[in-house]
Design a protein around this ligand. Sequence first.
Ligand SMILES: C[S@@+](CC[C@H](N)C(=O)[O-])C[C@H]1O[C@@H](n2cnc3c(N)ncnc32)[C@H](O)[C@@H]1O
Length: 266
Amino acid sequence: MKIEYDNDEFFQQYARMARSREGLSGAGEWHQLKKLFPDVRGKRILDLGCGYGWHCMYAADQGAEQILGIDISARMIEEAVKRNKSEKITYRVCGLEEYEYPEKAWDCVVSNLALHYIEDLASVYRKVYRTLRPGGTFLFNIEHPVFTAGVGQDWIRDEEGKALYWPVDDYFYPGERKTHFLGCEVMKQHHTLTQILNGLLLCGFALEAVEEAHPSEEMLALPEMKDEMRRPMMLLVKARKPEDFSRSAGDTVSGERCCKEDQKGK
Ligand SMILES: C[S@@+](CC[C@H](N)C(=O)[O-])C[C@H]1O[C@@H](n2cnc3c(N)ncnc32)[C@H](O)[C@@H]1O
């Protein structure tokens, strides 16, 4: 599969972003995502679309026992090995769609800004549910549907380039969106809010937190951040695989069924 992150020009541009230069402290969503992180001491963590491996390293620093970071881009994995190496972490070049998701193998699955590259989100949800141990956490950050349904993912601007408003169109048509990101044409996938949140419930997950990322007060002091208060860009979600299927009837029963159906289809 062709991935923009392996493209030389895009890779260089990505390396210039604050999140690439500074790590988690340079990531606008981190002040919120960090608070949602479960206690990972002695736990097994899977990072889907790990990029440079910042979240893998954070988990290692917090005392996680074993961490696997997967990413479809060989160049991103190369960078992760260089920048965020630890004896607790294994990195692997592998697409989210191809990973085997062994049953009840992980305590926590994390995914930061990778799921909006996935066409069949429901299928990944089912596999994550299967690979989590009962009581396990699925924590992710996905581009917000208001952002992915943005026309060309850009503002409508006046002659001077001032952002007038954020256009949203074709919201109820999920699927491929051609965007301009870091000076390159990048394909992303739009999912509606219902697909993102209800998709988890249909799988059997319990929702624990939903937050829309906004700049921290510190970041808001930067003039270029003001427009980030005008529309949401990222959606942070924390979900849990219930401990005991028999205790909470409705959702979890359908979740179990959903995952069994997924296995049958293999
Ligand atoms: C915006 S970066 C985020 C990287 C990292 N999670 C972080 O927050 O620093 C998105 C990452 O998702 C990866 N990615 C995109 N599509 C993927 C797929 N189908 N399977 C695995 N990784 C994918 C890209 O290669 C890239 O490293």
